[in-house]
Design a protein. Structure first.
Length: 505
């Protein structure tokens, strides 16, 4: 490893192990595990709810806590998937297949231990990849001009659309809707009000926190109220926690394969942990000498996906940290948190705020260690939490969200807007329109417009500046975007894509 990376990691660890940052890391991973355990409240909704709190924290502590929530949720999701056959997190859906069968056979302990150890190993490797890959990527990104940034954002949105759940047309419509929402407010160049409909409160645009809390938090709560309360808690006391030598022998190759696959897929826009876990399960079934064991309690079916989803969750930080481009909805919220703190996301963060950049990376190692130490002893407590009726949890969460939104600018209009976006989010859930592409469009829309205008000004209105041979990076991103759209439009690919998402559902 390069000496400068080691020196930077040393700076990062000094930041990460300061008492306050350790405390916020612990809060983040505990909250992440909790919302991973509770089905229906995902990391996106939780991070959206907690964004107002980050106003009063320093940027490093805020990001460390939010990151802990994200990768902590990947751990927590496996606990309910194995014990109760309910995936607490969408990326833990495939863990149910073999994890729950292992629990039924009295082997919940080894399943949970392998899930935790696999996740810990994958998390450590993924963090190392971030540390090694981020500096050269950021160096390349510093060479980007307005046209390159615009083309990169187009590619990011196209990729996120292609990898979104369900209908491609609906995903594209949600991206366009997000882009339109981003245009509301005062035009930076001319100072003219756009799409405000005479409402003075909209002159500064719609607040990102309000949209996120409405579309994810409120909408998720409304849709979850439809779920029935009855849950079969299969096992509340877990014994024989340690896996046998045979378990370790069967699982180690799956952990390595899952880590490698998850690390690669996590970088893709829109993919991350969900694609990684499904891809890893399919891979394990393909390479296994006994594929018939899968679905009946094969430990490889737990080890591979759990390693992959954690690796995918953490490598999805690479495009966010180096390019300022979110690869999924959680990364869009992280960029929102940076903007709230007055930090412009992008490659300059590494040079201008090295303590924030490397402190966040080092905190991931600390957080993963906390998770593996905390998670296994607290299994009994997490299972008891599942017996709390949801009708008691949700009103308190809604009140907390309303207070959080009101505290942003002491304006009741913001709470009303959040409620409207909550209803809109619920309608999207019913119409099977995924809100994640909309949030990506909402975040990237103003940035795309800014870079488009800047590129056109510099080229004196020449639209070919984006595909000029003098701009090979911009041209490459636009060509890649076009190829992606053509590939996904092919009948065979479209049919296969629909099959994958039907299996997920």
């Amino acid at each position: 490893m390069d000496a400068s990376i080691l020196a930077n990691l040393w700076i990062g660890f000094q930041v990460a192990v300061s008492p306050w940052n350790l405390f916020y890391c612990l809060v983040g991973v505990l909250l992440g595990t909790l919302i991973g355990v509770l089905p229906g409240i995902g990391p996106v909704a939780t991070i959206a709810m907690l964004l107002p709190i980050t106003f009063n924290l320093n940027p490093i502590s805020a990001l460390i806590m939010l990151a802990g929530i994200y990768y902590g949720a990947q751990y927590g999701g496996s606990t309910t998937a194995i014990l109760v056959n309910i995936p607490g997190e969408s990326s833990s859906v495939v863990t149910c297949l073999d994890g729950y069968q292992m629990a039924r056979q009295g082997r919940a302990g080894p399943a949970l231990a392998i899930a935790a150890l696999g996740s810990f190993f994958a998390g450590c490797v993924a963090t190392l990849i971030i540390a090694v890959a981020a500096p050269p990527l950021a160096e390349v990104a510093l060479k980007f001009g307005p046209s390159e940034y615009f083309s990169l954002m187009v590619f990011g949105l196209v990729a996120a659309t292609v990898l979104a759940h369900g209908s491609l047309i609906k995903a594209i419509a949600m991206v366009v809707f997000g882009l339109l929402l981003g245009l509301v407010g005062t035009d930076v160049n001319s100072g003219v009000l756009r799409f405000a409909f005479g409402i003075p409160e909209l002159s500064d645009g719609i607040g990102f926190v309000i949209v996120a809390m409405g579309m994810f938090g409120t909408a998720e709560i409304i849709s979850n109220l439809e779920l029935k309360d009855k849950r079969e808690i299969f096992t509340s006391k877990v014994t024989h926690l340690y896996p046998t030598k045979q378990d370790l022998k069967d699982a180690w190759a799956s952990v390595l394969r899952g880590t490698a696959l998850g690390s690669m897929l996590g970088i893709l826009p829109g993919g991350g942990a969900l694609l990684a876990s499904f891809g890893a399960y399919t891979l394990e079934k393909k390479v296994s000498k006994h594929p018939e064991r899968f679905g009946k309690g094969a430990i490889e079916g737990v080890a591979g996906p759990e390693s992959a989803n954690n690796a995918g969750a953490q490598t999805s930080f690479i495009p966010m940290l180096t390019l300022g481009i979110p690869s999924n909805a959680v990364m869009a919220l992280m960029i929102g948190a940076l903007m709230i703190q007055g930090i412009a996301p992008g490659p300059q963060v590494m040079n201008e705020k090295p303590q924030l950049f490397w402190g966040l990376i080092a905190s991931m190692w600390v957080g993963n260690l906390m998770l593996v130490v905390l998670n296994l002893p607290l299994i009994g407590m997490w299972v008891k939490l599942l017996t709390v009726p949801y009708r008691y949890l949700y009103p308190s969460i809604l009140v907390f969200m309303a207070i959080g939104v009101f505290s942003l600018s002491n304006n009741a209009f913001d709470v009303l807007i959040m409620a409207l976006f909550g209803v809109l989010g619920y309608i999207c859930v019913k119409l099977e329109c995924e809100p994640a592409p909309m949030i990506l469009g909402f975040i990237l829309g103003p940035l795309m417009e800014e870079n488009l205008r800047r590129a056109m000004l510099l080229s004196r209105g020449d639209p070919f500046v984006f595909i000029s041979p003098n701009k090979p990076i911009s041209l490459a991103f636009l060509v890649a975007s076009a190829i992606l759209l053509v590939i996904v439009a092919m009948p065979a690919i479209r049919k296969k894509r629909e099959e994958v998402f039907v299996e997920e559902a």
